[in-house]
Each structure stands twice: as structure tokens, then as C-alpha cells.
Write a protein that binds this ligand. Structure first.
Ligand SMILES: Cc1cc2nc3c(=O)[nH]c(=O)nc-3n(C[C@H](O)[C@H](O)[C@H](O)COP(=O)(O)OP(=O)(O)OC[C@H]3O[C@@H](n4cnc5c(N)ncnc54)[C@H](O)[C@@H]3O)c2cc1C
Length: 469
């Protein structure tokens, strides 16, 4: 480390932290910034599952979710933009609630231009078929569903990696000091004012401005920090669900016309909000590991290697009202699924769930939809998924079948659990400052955002505030 005191310390080098550094150094090249990242440099990140066919739970941290560019490096790289005519933001989080819709649109445009500068593809998905999308929207409405279709810039997992590598290099060459494979274990607070951070070696680094950009993977740690230092938090909504895999052929129209159609419905009897999320045409289901012991499912699609299946998340949003730690509720679901699979995730045929049957490995060999996540354990999700969420998902699948015939085919696959750890919200001012003076929070970890574009834009927004201070 070059110094003991910095103008700004950023914890977490995901898209939020990286774009914060980019904009700060552009506006004020003299700023002394220290970015601390517990994972590796992006070019050293590698998930062994590709080579050996199963998750080995990398130590000390999962390479899919930790390291420069955070969960962005192995993400599908779908940058969610917006429709010019929309007067709200429906995708990516809540930045607009702090900044306003008009300002958020400008931030997204600007952030998008940075991605383009570092090599993102010019092509936009989901913009060319307005009348076809209108027809699908009508069908959806008749089935009791809303359809949100926005422009998407699709980097692809393989391309996203390269773009973030260029950003990492650019930041270092521009004078941002980045230390890798170093965890921040605590923050230093005196008289309700931030003073610095404590590293895993017990070394203290000082600054009057600390930004926590720790992502979902750091959300549990952030919650502990909030408890310990009395940082104010707000109750949040939890998202519990599964990754659904079905043939590209079934999803052909949606993939072609919307690229990523986001459907939202409220199936009876509970009327909870259920939505589709992160749709990956010709993609692959993947795993991700949180806090070294919780294995979840996710999905991505690659630019060059294609499967014959589309995967997407089906997420149920549940408000647990004033429960102190909603994240613990979702973590317990994951723990039970991991427990009965020996640390793995479950895959089950839709037809078997309906018939109250376990799915067996041999059955999957005969199944018309072949699982793209080979390491998932064939089993019975209903042993661990709460009844309410399971009913919500099954009801939603039936509603979707009215819009997309074949969506409820018995050979389609459900993988569980897919959970989103952004349920613990940190209370933030409009300048994204927490209740501790000088301590700021951005990105997914504090519940502000839920995707690459808005996480990156939250970094840009805060950089401008800090540079104007
Ligand atoms: C497989 C997968 C696919 C996805 N696909 C998409 C997609 O197509 N489109 C989309 O919009 N979003 C996608 N996402 C979500 C997207 O990646 C996140 O929304 C985004 O990365 C959030 O950015 P962030 O900077 O807030 O946090 P993160 O990207 O999670 O980064 C946080 C960083 O902080 C570091 N950190 C945490 N705690 C500490 C600590 N105590 N000390 C030091 N460092 C710490 C972590 O190592 C991590 O690198 C996907 C995510 C996954 C996992």
C-alpha cells in the first residue's frame, strides 16, 4: 500500500466500485483512491467447473462472484437500458428513487457510453420488433400478466470479461491504487463518523470517505457491519425462486422479439408478485457460491458457445414485513437444499413436481430437455422449497403457458434454489450517504440496485457527488 490515508477508500471492485473510480479519476485525476477487492484480478479469475464438471467451492472466495468486476465478470453481460417513453424504471433497482427518473436516464446513457468506449457491442437487442412485442403484450394481458420489454446491450459472458479487464488496466494506469486478494473485515467509526477500514491483517487504512460497494456476495457482511456500528437499515423484499430451463424452440418468439421479456404476474391463491428474470437464450445454467458454503443457481449465455435451451429465473417476491433479518430466511432455504444434496443444487422435471415425484438421474437421460448444468443433483425441490413459493411458481408457469405454448411442458426443468441477496436495505440519503457521516453505499449489496447497468450508474452518480464536495 502506498499510503496510510486516502481521499476515498472503496470496498469492492464490482461494477459499482469500478465505475465510481472511473468517474472520480476522470473528474479529478489528483484524487487519492484506494480500491480494496477480496477476490483476484479479473484476468486471474477462473471457474474450474468448466474443466472438471463440478463446483469445487474455490477458497478463499468463489471466482464467479469475487474479484475485479465482481459478479459482472462471469455474468451474462446484459446491460438493461430503458424505453425513451417510459416514465419509470422497471428494471435494475431503485437508483431513480434517489436521483429521479430523468437524471437516471442520463446516468444510464453516460454509463452505457463508457461500456461502448471499452468495447461493448453497438448492437441493441429487443428494439426491432415493436408490433410483434405489442401482440405478445396483449396475450400476456389476457393471461393476467404484464410484459416489460426494454432495450438490452448484450456483452455475453466471454466478452464482459475482456471489457472489465480493460477497465481494470485503465484505472491502474490512471493512478487508482487497487489491492487484490485483501478483505476488509471491519470499518472504523468514531462519533458516528467514518475514519477508515480494517483489513484482514488487522492493518488500519484511514479516510474520511469510505464507499461500501460489496455486492450481494458481501450483503451478509454488510448487514453485520450495520448491526455492529448501528448503521440504519430498512426492511426489504426477498426474492426466492428457481432457474427454469426449456427448449429454445418453445421460447423462439420471445427470444427473437423481446430478447429478454420480463413477465410479471400474481398467481392465486397468494397473489404474490412472481416475475421472470435474466433470460438466457441458448444459454447454460450455472452455480454460484456465497460465503463459502451456500450454493445457488444462476444462468448465462456465451457469445460463441450455444446450447439448445433457454434458461430464466422465476422469482417470487415476498415481504416478510418487519422480520429483523429477511436474508436469513432465504439462506435457510438454500441451506436445506444444499444439505440434502451434499452441498449441491437440485434439478427436477416439472411433470415430477406436479405428480409429487422425485426426479432420478436416469430419467434425465431420457428427458427431452437435457440439463445444461450437468453437476446439478436430480431430486425433489418440494422437500425444501416453502409451499407458498412453490405454489406461486407452479401457478405462474401455468399463466405463462397461455402466452408461450409449451412453457408448462412436463419435461421442462426447475433448478433450485435461485435467491437474490439484496433484501437488507441500508438507509441512504439522496447523496447515498448512510446514517454514518462519510460512509456511503452503492450497488447491489445495500439494496440500491439489482443489475450491471444500474450498479455501474450508481458508482458514476456517487463519484460526481464526492468530486463536488
Ligand atoms: C452468473 C450471474 C449472471 C448475471 N447476469 C447479469 C446480467 O446479464 N445482467 C445484469 O444486469 N446483471 C447480471 N447479474 C447481476 C450483476 O452481476 C450484479 O447486479 C452486479 O455485478 C452488481 O454489481 P456490484 O458492484 O454492486 O456488486 P458485485 O458485482 O457483487 O461486486 C462486489 C465486489 O465486492 C467484493 N467484496 C465484497 N465484500 C468485500 C470485503 N469485505 N472486502 C473486499 N471486497 C469485498 C466482492 O469480492 C465483489 O467483487 C448476474 C450475476 C451473476 C452472478
Amino acid at each position: 500500500m502506498r499510503s496510510e490515508k486516502y481521499d476515498v477508500i472503496v470496498v469492492g471492485g464490482g461494477p459499482a466500485g469500478a465505475f465510481l473510480c472511473y468517474e472520480m479519476i476522470r473528474l479529478n485525476p489528483q484524487t487519492k483512491i484506494l480500491l480494496i477487492e477480496r477476490g483476484r484480478r479479473v484476468e486471474k479469475r477462473n471457474c474450474p467447473e468448466k474443466q472438471i464438471g463440478k463446483c469445487v467451492k474455490c477458497k478463499p472466495f468463489c471466482n464467479i462472484t469475487n474479484g475485479f468486476s465482481g459478479a459482472g465478470a462471469f455474468s451474462d453481460g446484459k446491460l438493461s437500458l430503458y424505453n425513451k417513453e417510459d416514465d419509470d424504471f422497471y428494471v435494475g433497482g431503485n437508483l431513480h428513487k434517489y436521483v429521479g427518473v430523468v437524471e437516471t436516464k442520463k446516468l444510464v446513457d453516460y454509463t452505457d457510453s463508457i461500456y461502448l468506449k471499452f468495447g461493448a457491442t453497438e448492437k441493441l437487442e429487443g428494439v426491432s420488433y415493436r408490433s410483434e412485442v405489442s401482440k405478445i403484450r396483449k396475450l400476456a394481458e389476457n393471461a393476467g400478466l404484464d410484459l416489460i420489454s426494454i432495450p438490452i446491450r448484450h456483452l455475453g459472458t466471454d466478452k464482459a470479461h475482456g471489457i472489465y479487464e480493460k477497465i481494470e488496466k485503465y484505472l491502474e494506469e490512471s493512478g487508482v491504487e487497487i489491492i487484490f486478494e485483501t478483505e476488509v473485515t471491519d470499518i472504523l467509526v468514531e462519533n458516528n463518523t467514518i475514519k477508515g477500514v480494517v483489513l484482514q491483517s488487522s492493518k488500519v487504512v484511514y479516510s474520511n470517505t469510505v464507499v461500501l460497494a460489496v455486492g450481494r456476495v458481501g450483503a451478509n457482511w454488510l448487514l453485520k457491519m450495520c448491526d455492529k456500528h448501528k448503521v440504519k437499515t430498512l426492511p426489504g423484499i426477498i426474492d426466492v425462486g428457481v432457474r427454469y430451463e426449456l427448449p429454445d424452440k418453445t421460447m423462439e418468439q420471445i427470444n427473437k422479439f423481446c430478447y429478454e421479456g420480463k413477465f410479471i404476474g400474481k398467481p392465486a391463491p397468494f397473489n404474490d408478485k412472481v416475475r421472470t428474470f435474466c433470460q438466457n437464450p441458448s444459454g447454460f445454467v450455472t452455480t454460484e457460491v456465497y460465503d463459502q458454503n451456500i450454493t445457488l443457481v444462476n444462468g448465462h449465455s456465451l457469445k460463441d458457445i450455444k446450447s439448445e435451451n433457454t434458461n430464466l429465473a422465476l422469482l417470487v417476491s415476498i415481504n416478510l414485513h418487519n422480520i429483523a433479518n429477511p436474508m436469513l430466511y432465504s439462506r435457510n432455504i438454500a441451506k436445506n437444499i444444499n444439505l440434502i444434496t451434499g452441498g449441491n443444487v437440485i434439478v427436477q422435471r416439472l411433470g415430477d413436481i406436479r405428480d409429487g415425484r422425485h426426479t432420478w438421474t436416469e430419467q434425465l437421460l431420457e428427458n427431452s430437455v437435457k440439463p445444461t448444468l450437468k453437476s446439478a443433483k436430480a431430486g425433489d425441490l418440494s422437500l425444501c422449497m416453502p409451499y407458498r413459493e412453490m405454489m406461486d411458481i407452479l401457478g405462474f408457469i401455468q399463466m405463462m403457458d397461455k402466452v408461450i405454448p409449451g412453457f408448462a411442458n412436463e419435461d421442462n426443468l426447475l433448478y433450485g434454489p435461485e435467491l437474490k441477496f439484496y433484501s437488507n436495505k441500508v438507509e441512504l440519503s439522496n447523496t447515498l450517504e448512510t446514517s454514518i457521516k462519510g460512509l456511503y453505499a452503492i450497488g447491489d449489496g445495500c439494496g440500491l440496485t439489482r443489475g450491471l447497468m444500474m450498479a455501474s450508474a450508481s458508482g458514476v452518480y456517487l463519484a460526481r457527488i464526492l468530486c463536488n464536495k
